[in-house]
Design a protein around this ligand. Sequence first.
Ligand SMILES: *[C@@H]1O[C@H](CO)[C@@H](O)[C@H](O)[C@H]1NC(C)=O
Ligand SMILES: *[C@@H]1O[C@H](CO)[C@@H](O)[C@H](O)[C@H]1NC(C)=O
Ligand SMILES: *[C@@H]1O[C@H](CO)[C@@H](O)[C@H](O)[C@H]1NC(C)=O
Ligand SMILES: *[C@@H]1O[C@H](CO)[C@@H](O)[C@H](O)[C@H]1NC(C)=O
Length: 760
Amino acid sequence: MIKTNHTMKLALVVGLIFILCSINQITSVLAAAEVNQEHDQNLMTYIVHVKKSDNVASFQSEDFHNWYHSFLPQNFPHKERMVFTYRNVASGFAVKLTPEEAKSLQEKGEVVSARPERTLSLHTTHTPTFLGLKQGQGLWSDDNLGKGVIIGLIDTGIYPFHPSFNDEGMPPPPAKWKGHCEFTGGTTCNNKLIGARNLDKSAIQEPPFETLIFHGTHTAAEAGGRFIEDASVFGNAKGVAAGMAPNAHIAMYKVCASGTRECYESSILAAMDIAIEDGVDVLSLSLGLDSTVPFFEDPIAIGAFAATQKGVFVSCSAANSGPEYSTLSNEAPWILTVGASTIDRKIVASAKIGNGDEFEGETLFQPKDFPQQLLPLVYAGSNGISSQNQNQSFCLPGSLKNIDVRGKVVLCDIGGGVSSVVKGQEVLNSGGVAMILANSEAIGFSTFAIAHVLPAVDVSYAAGLIIKDYINSTYNPTATVLFKGTVIGDSLAPSVVSFSSRGPSQESPGILKPDIIGPGVNILAAWAISVDNELPPYNIISGTSMSCPHLSGIAALIKSSHPDWSPAAIKSAIMTTANTLNLGGTPITDQRLLPADVFATGAGHVNPVKANDPGLVYDIQPEDYVPYLCGLGYSDKEIGVIVQWKVKCSDVKSIPEAQLNYPSFSILLGSESQFYTRTLTNVGPVNATYRVELEVPLALGMSVNPSVITFSEINEKISYSVDFLPQVKENRGNHTFAQGSLTWISDKHAVRIPISVIFK
Ligand SMILES: *[C@@H]1O[C@H](CO)[C@@H](O)[C@H](O)[C@H]1NC(C)=O
Ligand SMILES: *[C@@H]1O[C@H](CO)[C@@H](O)[C@H](O)[C@H]1NC(C)=O
Ligand SMILES: *[C@@H]1O[C@H](CO)[C@@H](O)[C@H](O)[C@H]1NC(C)=O
Ligand SMILES: *[C@@H]1O[C@H](CO)[C@@H](O)[C@H](O)[C@H]1NC(C)=O
């Protein structure tokens, strides 16, 4: 493979995007160069929620405008300052105000809240086969493939010319579709890509080369890309590329600012508002707030509630802030929260050291002509840990200039706020010939196939320690990198990747999150430009940004075969049928190669074929969330912002979080017993008998009543109760939490929900 400067530059871009998708903290560094386009420094965009008007049912869009304008002063420059008005996701609007104006607005009785908007950060050839989807069979039979379903993506934009979005053989969108196509320069939509809206209010100076569309192009293709023969990157991972729902229609709503990685809250609300109106069936959001806020202040939670009320399924990324606990975004129970896991395909290389040991890792750039003989090996950080040496150990830009790395293989530590591609560039600039990238302890055994600019391999933390020991104990250490290409069949897959955010939920600890894990590591899908000068262009990247659209596409497949199922029923089907074992038949592991706990996996790894036929579902209607929200301690006004109808908690029997009819249990257990009920709905055979099977969490007693349930009608609902009984504290040992499961089993179905118990 011949590398030109051109491909090297592209590889650099690819690396930056990878970072964006997998390591949240760095986005602020990358965004530092953004331009402030606000003319008046005192003006900020405020999100204003107002009390819902009693006449709203009869409102035309004119009336909405007039009503919202009535909250603002007489001579207010509406044209310049009103940013968005909302009608589905909120009673309210986004408007540019000075702090003084905002203050006087807040004092109006009809105004619920007015606060400055925040920004949110962005958080496949092979995945269908890995997920058991086979062309021409079952969910992927020619008359499903997501036919008739519309997936809306709230993302960075899309490259409309990619073959993944061709509409050959696709019918026109369903009659209910009301969306528009807003590309500049006369580009039109087609029967695949049926809508494209730009809600990036800061889009004043569109750069000629719009790098940001990469992310949205990739996620859209993962959810709904068409079948494309012979897709690959650098010749790796060759195969048929396809999204999860190749015959679903897709619509892109662009909410992130060109040239920065900032996605504005007002734009996200506007996008969800419009998408609901347009008639999407599924919404996919691979972005989120970095810190937890109450649901009534979270634009995605607010927008997703309105969507759920209209029957729209909402799938969101769990964020990339793992592996620490309580690092999730998008925790609301009406959202499907998706973590990321590996697939069984690796793009393999290994680090071979002078004593003959070989350590397997990954890289996307696989040169065919790299010599296999051993070369001198150096660890730039080998002289202790002064800050100078720490920079060197990370191979930060400029840090290697006083070290002789010419002609050598350089060992670099991952991290230090710089992408791995940039480290490789520093090694290359300093005369090094190859790089071994050692994981941090937190990243553990997770490895990433990255488009490096030189021969390189990413190895585990454990391998890095052994290689460092070898360097330390050898007079003339040597190493090389051996390239092994695409290898399929990793029996440890799926495993939870290091960066995938973990529960417990901070905003609602009584709901287990994430809900599910899906493919999010080294995923091949459409890209806006070719990374290997081979068209059509694809790239391989990682993130919960990638796993979320997989689940959006799977939800579209289920919606297509069960059009009458509610969003909660689809979610239940996905969760209760999830896999808890890997391909090797052992429990799913995490980045440490230890069994992953429920705060990493949720219900487990998605099994789309089983999800289409779950037997029973745990259904929830929109109004069921009100007693739950009252139970969270929110005020009537705060709940009104979310549900958009008048709520009086004093008239509603509020419930503890764990009493919501959710397809999992998350219990905070003290010394008292706890008692909950759940209701099952029969969506399987007319006559079916289920008996309960329990995996009782450590140091707990559980009883389920009844323990056998017989259904004799379709859609019949039957409730059962569960007691959680604490045992003596000593039985808990050192454990602060425990986990288990509750499964209803018939001769055809197993309907499993996970249980987490945090000891108070
Ligand atoms: C280490 O790198 C950081 C970030 O590039 C830089 O600010 C700092 O000055 C460097 N420290 C040394 C000792 O070179
Ligand atoms: C190398 O050996 C020295 C002295 O024995 C020790 O201080 C240092 O921590 C070792 N470095 C590594 C990376 O193991
Ligand atoms: C279901 O069971 C009832 C009562 O045993 C029986 O009358 C009916 O035929 C059964 N229906 C089906 C579809 O098997
Ligand atoms: C529990 O913690 C104590 C004190 O840290 C330790 O001595 C003991 O070995 C631990 N027990 C288990 C079962 O891990």
